[in-house]
Design a binder for this molecule. Structure first.
Ligand code: NAD
Ligand code: IPM
Ligand code: MN
Length: 367
């Protein structure tokens, strides 16, 4: 198979973790006799610096022509004072998600048993480990509703962000959650909303309940209000199988899920829509769930696992290459199990650099 990938390293630790990922992706595809054709493009702050625009035209054109996008992360203090819509996040990442209508963000929360000491949750609270997945709606809600900042007659400034959802947006993400649940042993979806306060949540609640009842009697649906869900995620994270929620709740809860599973540096993600690539698989954007981590950027200490595991998700979702994806995932697990750790998961023990972590995973691919 020929895989055409647009590689967008972005800012901060993005280029470091991307450089740690490409050899692993290349080797895996070589072992299985596939052809990797990738090109690298500026995005975010790097796009602003090189082309005066967070999402340069040539970058968008390359994404359009690719089978999938492998994305690092964008943003940082250098660009934080630009007009909001020109900043890396609102000028590149959100427009990319919207352009390709990548409405389903899949974030797997898996606690490797060997990493349980890195979780802030006491082992006694997670006797059976954590194996959950957060399905986050990604192109609707408060991120994309009407926004306005205006001056009131009394001279005060008022800022407005509007959360909107329509039935079709909720239905399509519910279907992703159902398919995800069906592929898992517990087949349980927990819908998280704020239906005691928000009209959008009342609609979510109605639409999800009706959809699951109609098309998925084999799937169990449970429900938590978002404040309770945030608490349950630390009190008893093992209870979750598939967590389904709207855009902003999913953003917040998935960072919480990440640390409960050891580190934000371990959390990969796939952003998928209806568009298919040349091979008939889902076109997608694959990125670590964490950001550009300006506090550690340039130091070669970032954990590359989230980026590497995102590449594995890409092989699975955008190319149907399950064996190849599993090869990468096994190598990551083997490396972490062997005690090779970046600082975020070293838990006081010896920490290796980003590239040393990558080299160890590379070695374990074929061992
Ligand atoms: P962040 O996710 O960048 O960092 C939060 C904390 O987690 C930091 O202490 C950081 O060092 C740590 N961390 C994150 N990834 C890590 C890794 N791979 N290895 C080790 N430690 C890691 O969040 P932030 O500091 O709030 O945001 C920084 C910038 O990143 C902002 O501009 C934000 O908008 C942007 N951001 C971008 C994306 C993206 O491009 N997908 C996602 C989140 C945040
Ligand atoms: C994420 C990030 C983004 C989001 C930001 C950078 C716009 O936090 O992917 O989780 O909020 O979706
Ligand atoms: Mn986030």
């Amino acid at each position: 198979m020929e895989l055409k990938i647009a590689v967008l390293p972005g800012d901060g630790i993005g280029p470091e973790v991307m450089a740690a990922t490409l050899p692993i992706l290349g080797k895996t595809l070589e072992v299985f006799g596939h052809r990797l054709e990738y090109s690298t493009h500026a995005v975010g702050g790097a796009g602003i610096d090189q082309f005066g625009k967070a999402l340069p035209d040539e970058t968008l054109a390359a994404c359009d022509a690719a089978d999938a996008i492998l994305f690092g992360s964008v943003g940082g203090p250098k660009w934080a004072n630009l007009p909001r819509n020109e900043q890396p996040e609102r000028g590149a990442l959100l427009p990319l998600r919207k352009h390709f209508e990548l409405f389903a963000n899949v974030r797997p929360g898996l606690l490797f048993p060997s990493l349980s000491a890195s979780s802030p949750i006491a082992p006694s609270r997670i006797p059976d480990g954590i194996d959950m997945v957060c399905i986050r709606e990604l192109t609707g809600g408060i991120y994309f509703g009407h926004k306005e900042t205006r001056t009131l007659p009394n001279g005060e400034t008022e800022a407005i962000d509007t959360m909107t959802y329509r039935t079709s947006e909720i239905l399509r993400i519910t279907d992703v959650a159902i398919a995800t649940a069906r592929a898992r042993s517990r087949k349980t979806i927990c819908l998280v909303d704020k239906s005691n306060v928000l009209d959008t949540s009342v609609l979510w609640n109605k639409v999800v309940r009706e959809r699951v009842a109609q098309v998925a009697p084999d799937v169990t649906l449970t429900h938590l209000l978002v404040d309770n869900a945030a608490m349950q995620l630390v009190a008893n994270p093992g209870q979750f199988d598939v967590l389904l929620t709207e855009n902003m709740f999913g953003d917040i809860l998935s960072d919480e899920m990440a640390i409960v599973c050891g580190s934000l540096g371990m959390l990969s993600s796939a952003s998928l829509g209806a568009r298919k690539n040349r091979h008939g698989f889902a076109f997608g954007l694959y990125e670590p769930s964490g950001g550009s981590a300006p506090d550690i950027a340039g130091k070669q200490i970032a954990n590359p696992c989230a980026q590497i595991l995102s590449a594995a998700l890409m092989l699975r979702h955008s190319f149907g290459l399950d064996k190849e994806a599993a090869m990468i995932e096994k190598a990551v697990r083997k490396t972490v199990d062997a005690g090779v750790r970046t600082g975020d998961i070293a838990f006081g023990g010896k920490a290796v650099s980003t590239l040393q972590m990558s080299a160890a995973i590379f070695e374990n691919l074929t061992k």
